[in-house]
Design a protein around this ligand. Structure first.
Ligand code: FA5
Length: 357
């Protein structure tokens, strides 16, 4: 037994206070421990009061013992206070923590799903890759064009019957120029040729993919908004053989070697001679079906040698340069490659369809 002052066993009191402080799990409990062992009504305070009845000698030594005991109890409580406060802080942080993994795993009804490129964009990128591999550059042009770029510069004056094939959406922007949503990517040919003349950068070997618009009624192989990839080569000594070779190379690269294809004579006001490139319908393998209107063939694009009148109009000397151009439907290419019976499926946004590619 340690020293007893005013019937209080001081060592025992210090030990009891330290034990109580260590058992405290919160600041509130620790404050209660502090009040119990150091407060006005504590045993220590009672022992202090008993000093008054002692003689001076005994009061001095008992006072020193009580002060030492008070310091020890205070230290024990302070040490515990640091731990309790740290534990309370981390409990608070834990409760407040934002669990970023929770969103992905399970906690919301429809988790965000990672998307991917649409099959039309994939097809465009694949075709661009093929042409880049053949030494072409990729160029861009406006989707909104003046009548001049979309028609007139391509040898299609007002009232030309070919305008009927490419009826479009007119934008009412007022005079002086008629403005249309472009019906094909061919006007980009004019932009490129004008730029090359202005900057003296002939020859041209470029493809120009992009969106086109027509007042076509959507059906198994038509949309009102679709995509073409235009090709333009302007160089010295170009012939129809170069054109046929380029078309064969890129269609073989995209569809594989065993497609069967044909070039059929056709008319375009801006090429002479002109042709249409067709492949055997991949839905019916040439037997005839709804997609190919029972013909067994599907047209992928038009092409031809650039008409000297077009070269002349943009300031290129047709005696020095010749060239060829083509315009293929990107959506048509995707449709035939993936055997999509009805092109409208491409734009209906049905995820069961889109996710297959
Ligand atoms: C043209 O648009 C010409 N500009 C092509 C051309 C370019 C000829 C350069 C000569 C030189 P055409 O109208 O045939 O041609 O369209 C070309 C291709 O675009 C079609 O074979 C088809 O694959 C695609 N296409 C045309 N209209 C639609 C449509 N409404 N929906 C989906 N694809 C279409």
């Amino acid at each position: 037994m340690g020293e007893v002052i005013g019937s209080v066993d001081i060592d025992h009191l210090v030990l009891a206070a330290a034990t109580a402080a260590q058992g405290a799990t919160s600041r509130t409990v620790l404050e209660a421990v502090e009040a119990e062992f150091l407060g006005k009504r504590s045993e220590l305070a009672g022992a202090h009061r008993s000093l008054g009845s002692m003689d001076e000698q005994a009061r001095k030594s008992a006072g020193a013992v009580l002060n030492a005991a008070r310091v020890q109890i205070q230290q024990a409580i302070e040490e515990c206070r640091v731990g309790v406060e740290a534990a309370e802080r981390s409990a608070l942080l834990e409760a407040d923590r934002l669990d970023l993994t929770e969103v992905v795993s399970s906690s919301i009804a429809s988790p965000v799903r990672r998307g991917h490129q649409h099959v039309i964009s994939q097809t465009q990128a694949e075709l661009e890759d093929v042409f880049i591999g053949m030494g072409f550059t990729v160029a861009d042009g406006p989707e909104v064009e003046t009548d001049w770029f979309n028609f007139e510069a391509l040898n299609i004056p007002p009232a030309h019957p070919a305008r009927g094939m490419w009826d479009t959406f007119y934008l009412e922007l007022g005079e002086p120029e008629t403005v249309v949503l472009r019906t094909h990517t061919s006007p980009v040919q004019i932009h490129l040729m004008e730029d090359a003349v202005a900057n003296d950068t002939l020859p041209i070997h470029a493809v120009m993919p992009g969106r086109c618009f027509r007042r076509d009624t959507p059906d198994a192989r038509h949309l009102h908004t679709f995509h073409q990839i235009e090709g333009l080569v302007i160089d010295r000594g170009m012939t129809f053989v170069d054109l046929a070779g380029v078309i064969q190379t890129f269609t073989t690269a995209y569809f594989g070697a065993d497609i069967s294809s044909r070039l059929r004579p056709a008319f375009f006001p801006f090429t002479e001679p002109s042709a249409e490139y067709e492949i055997t319908c991949t839905i019916c393998h040439g037997e005839g079906c709804r997609t190919c209107s029972q013909t067994g063939w599907i047209e992928l694009g038009g092409c031809g040698m650039v008409d000297p009148a077009v070269l002349h109009a943009v300031g290129i000397d047709p005696e020095e340069y010749s060239g060829f151009a083509f315009g293929f439907g990107i959506d048509r290419c995707a449709q035939m490659r993936h055997q999509i019976a009805d092109m409208r499926a491409l734009v209906e946004n049905d995820l069961r369809f889109v996710e297959q590619f």
